[in-house]
Design a protein around this ligand. Structure first.
Ligand code: SF4
Length: 353
């Protein structure tokens, strides 16, 4: 079985992530870029909003801001914590004086304050019956740009047609600063007709088998700081459908918060967290090396397995025997845990700053 039979998108997605990690921004496409490029980028997979999930996310970050972000630990600040931590004052202040009305009950804010105190990222004390807060560090402005990449290894005409509404949604909302489609290079010039089916604002990146990439089309920079438009419904365009598309506005504050939430999740997970949702404790689970990229490999099926296939319901799932865990594996927990540890270590090593 080939990669394409197994799951072209999943494996391709991991290759795109690795390429991006080493080569972003794509001006360097086709040339090898040294490790530790001075424009650091964090790469993650499968993040977005309730309505739209992107395959690959690239965060272009400010190196100094990123170093300061590290003060808050590797775990993300979730939506509730983001309503507290960036606004925490330098001096002791009653929390309701320090923070803007969140638009939801204050008890959730108090819960977030106590969680922040437990994580040791916020000073908290009681004065009488008043809860006071003080920041430990200023929360930095560390995210410069958010870039969304849709992976379509086989971008033929029908794939481009199917993708178009999603890309139009991304462009209209402008939650990301740039939107790209990454596709497998065919060695042929991209047909103009194909380009027409992809909105003109969207960039096209073609990845080669030899892990180089070329830009077929540069994207237009979107205005992520302004209101965007959420396309909710669109007419089918059939003979009897004369209805108009329905949409709503997304205000800049919502977008800024959502971008930061996505960035925080990307910071926590990176793109190598796939083993956490697969059965790396199965005796057939392996990591196959492809250049410097480690891809999941199923020894039983002899293919790159998908996340969906590699689950407890897989008919070939066979838990690693308990004795494997006691045979002097350098890491507590046996090979499965070892695989997760390897990926975690790589994630740490590749987290810029
Ligand atoms: S769970 Fe299934 S797909 Fe995953 S490694 Fe085991 S045999 Fe392969």
């Amino acid at each position: 079985m080939t990669d394409a039979d197994a799951d072209p998108e999943f494996v391709f997605e991991l290759r795109v992530c690795r390429w991006v990690e080493r080569n972003w921004p794509p001006e360097t496409a086709g040339r090898s870029s040294p490790e530790g490029d001075d424009r650091p980028a964090i790469v993650a997979r499968q993040l977005g909003t309730r309505r739209r999930r992107w395959d690959t996310i690239v965060l272009e970050v400010d190196p100094e801001g990123l170093r300061q972000r590290a003060n808050f630990g590797p775990k993300r600040l979730d939506s509730d914590l983001l309503d507290v931590i960036p606004h925490a004052p330098a001096d002791w202040t009653w929390y309701r004086d320090a923070l803007a009305d969140p638009g939801y009950p204050w008890r959730y804010v108090r819960e977030a304050i106590h969680r922040a105190a437990d994580r040791d990222i916020l000073d908290v004390r009681k004065q009488g019956n008043r809860l006071q807060i003080r920041r430990k560090w200023a929360y930095p402005d560390w995210v410069e740009r958010v870039v969304a990449v849709e992976n379509k290894p086989d971008l033929d005409a029908s794939a481009a047609r199917a993708l178009r509404p999603q890309l139009e949604y991304d462009v209209a909302l402008a939650l990301a600063d740039e939107v790209w489609v990454a596709t497998r290079a065919t060695g042929e010039t991209v047909e103009p007709a194909l380009l027409e089916r992809v909105p003109v604002e969207v960039g096209i990146l073609a990845l080669d088998e030899d892990r180089t990439a070329s830009v077929e089309w540069f994207p237009r920079v979107l205005d992520a700081d302004r209101s965007g438009t959420r396309i909710l419904d669109r007419p089918t365009g059939g003979k009897y459908d004369a209805s108009a598309a329905t949409f709503e506005y997304a205000d800049p504050e919502w977008k800024a918060k959502k971008r930061l939430e996505i960035a925080e999740r990307a910071y926590e997970t990176g793109w190598r967290s796939y083993a956490e949702t697969m059965r790396s404790d199965c005796r057939h689970f392996e990591l196959a090396r492809e250049g410097r990229t480690l891809l999941p490999w199923c020894g039983a099926k002899e293919c790159h397995q998908t996340g969906a296939a590699c689950s407890g319901s897989c008919p070939e799932f066979s838990p690693e025997p308990p004795q494997w865990r006691t045979k002097g594996w350098p890491i507590e927990g046996g090979p499965g845990k070892g695989i997760q540890k390897i990926l975690e270590t790589r994630r740490e090593r590749n987290r810029p700053g």
